[in-house]
Design a protein around this ligand. Structure first.
Ligand code: MG
Length: 439
């Protein structure tokens, strides 16, 4: 039994059930018990450091708002640590009704929903939603992004390798008129490893040496499922279609997202690319529209000529509508994608207009596959549970204990190498589904 939480069981997550902190030998438990309180503490520390800046920008009202945010977040941390029930959200934002109805529905089904008993997805999304709510309830700090500094720092830290990648991309784009499978797959793999740069896993620390992420040969054995040939087949069909990318993280990763988008656009493999961003600060490093715009502006002013060149080109793609950035609050709801058809039919219909949707990262993976502890050999199409708007691909470095679509025996082999193989981000998956169920 866990000393902090009598409701936890000293077990691994059984097969085919939802991930939850209830199982003490799960990554969900480690997250709720250790990682989530640290993340709230870091937000509190960041606010303490920004006290003077907030006072100078917003005066006395700002100072009072800051106090109220600090009070709310201290309560939140205490509620997580003492395994309180998830209280209803109180802000009047448009997504709140869904959150509250969902929490009520879960309580009706499962009894009291607490941080440790809730489905992990709910528990973790709820924490980030509560952080946003604390700011929403103020006058002067409504749009304050408590993760902004970490996002910007990670961008600056990755600039040298981004400069290297930009030179590589420019050379690849110039070397031939025709798209080439090898070039596309190379960029796809660079994009996959970009997903290692996740500030939520590292509690806001930048741990990955981004230079290593460019050295694909060394990383090749760490790709446990590689459907990149199938992804290539899907994009090289010749109709110059719409391709969608559902972003994960800011910094180096989103830069690599735009590199693959540039390749698809320049080589006329896509006529339009739509990027989906979060509407609120999310899992520390996730991309919001402000982060996207900031990065393009920053690249346009960079001293490196290749970064500047790409920044200007990408700016024009956005200006002329070839690239579209779409905000939708569905991506920050606490439910998996099998809910999309019921909750946001318009979004499902939009995605179905794309020839391919690329889902980046771990949280999208958890939501694609229903936050369940599948048998690792469960086929991808089965684990998608009727979320099939169009062909889709997931690029994800493994940072949570959920996986499907692996060949027989591989998960056991990985387990023997390291018990923590699903928590480090050292292993990657490129998985593909061509099953389409139109609305
Ligand atoms: Mg993320």
């Amino acid at each position: 039994m866990c000393d902090c939480n009598p409701e936890s069981m000293d077990l691994k997550t059984p097969r085919n059930v939802y991930l939850t902190a209830f199982y003490k030998r799960s990554f969900a438990h480690h997250t709720v018990k250790n990682r989530m309180p640290v993340i709230v503490t870091q937000v509190l520390d960041g606010l303490a450091r920004s006290k003077e800046q907030i006072a100078s920008e917003h005066g006395e009202e700002g100072q009072n708002d800051l106090k109220s945010v600090i009070g709310e977040l201290s309560k939140l941390k205490y509620e997580i640590q003492t395994n309180k029930s998830l209280r209803k959200l109180v802000s009047d934002a448009p997504d709140i009704k869904f959150y509250n109805d969902y929490i009520t529905g879960q309580s009706d089904k499962e009894g009291n929903v607490t941080f440790f008993s809730a489905i992990w997805l709910l528990s973790e999304c709820y924490m980030y939603r509560r952080i946003k709510e604390a700011f929403e309830m103020t006058n002067t700090l409504k749009n304050y992004d408590p993760f902004l500094k970490q996002k910007r720092d990670s961008h600056f830290q990755a600039l040298p390798v981004m400069a290297k990648l930009s030179q590589y991309l420019v050379e690849v784009l110039e070397k031939s008129e025709e798209p080439k499978k090898e070039d596309f797959i190379h960029l796809l793999k660079i994009n996959l490893w970009g997903n290692k740069c996740d500030l939520s896993l590292s509690n806001g620390e930048m741990t990955s040496n981004t230079d290593e992420l460019f050295n694909l040969e060394n990383l090749e054995p760490n790709i446990l499922c590689d459907d990149s040939e199938k992804v290539w087949m899907a994009v090289s069909g010749g109709q110059s279609p719409i391709i969608d990318i559902v972003f994960d993280n800011s910094g180096y990763e989103v830069f690599t997202d735009l590199c693959i988008a540039d390749y698809l656009t320049t080589k006329k493999l896509a006529s339009k690319i739509r990027f989906y961003v979060k509407t609120i600060p999310w899992f520390i490093s996730d991309v919001m529209i402000t982060d996207f715009r900031w990065m393009i502006d920053h690249l346009r002013m960079n001293v490196d000529e290749y970064l500047r060149q790409l920044g200007n080109k990408w700016y024009n793609y956005v200006e002329n509508g070839t690239w579209v950035v779409i905000e939708d609050n569905f991506w920050t709801l606490p439910v998996d994608f099998s809910y999309m058809r019921d909750v946001k039919l318009e979004l499902y219909k939009e995605l179905s207009k794309a020839t391919l949707v690329i889902f980046k990262g771990d949280l999208n993976y958890r939501k694609l596959f229903g936050e369940k502890n599948w048998d690792p050999t469960t086929p991808v199409d089965e684990a998608l549970q009727n979320f099939n708007p169009t062909k889709l691909c997931t690029l994800r470095t493994v940072k949570a204990d959920i996986v499907c679509g692996l060949p027989q025996g591989l998960a056991e082999k990985m387990e023997a190498i390291s018990e923590k193989w699903m928590e480090t981000g050292d292993y990657g998956l490129i998985q593909f589904s061509e099953k389409i169920v139109p609305v």
